[in-house]
Design a protein around this ligand. Sequence first.
Ligand code: ZN
Length: 112
Amino acid sequence: MASDPELEVRGRLVRSLGALREMLPGSFVERQRQCGKANCRCAGGKNLHAECQLSVLQEGKPRTFHVPSALAEEARRKVGMHKRFQQAAATIGQINLRRFLRRKEEKERGTV
Ligand SMILES: [Zn+2]
């Protein structure tokens, strides 16, 4: 059987999904902020504090979580995994849609 390039792409994508199992949904945001303490280094509006946040829908509700700096790179990486997972799922769906529509047309033409 001749190899089908679409099936090769689909197989490669499906096999890549396991590596993304630690994915996190939502958006990872890094903002600069003042803490509000009058004598802090940030009080002049320069030398601000970096704050990382995870903005995400949880049980249908928008939530924003503070991410401590020790977990920031992990969260950023895992949110990136989720984006790659979604892109892979969308591509797999489009490949399957094209294949399904080809079979549908063949059926309707009565050639199969
Ligand atoms: Zn401060």
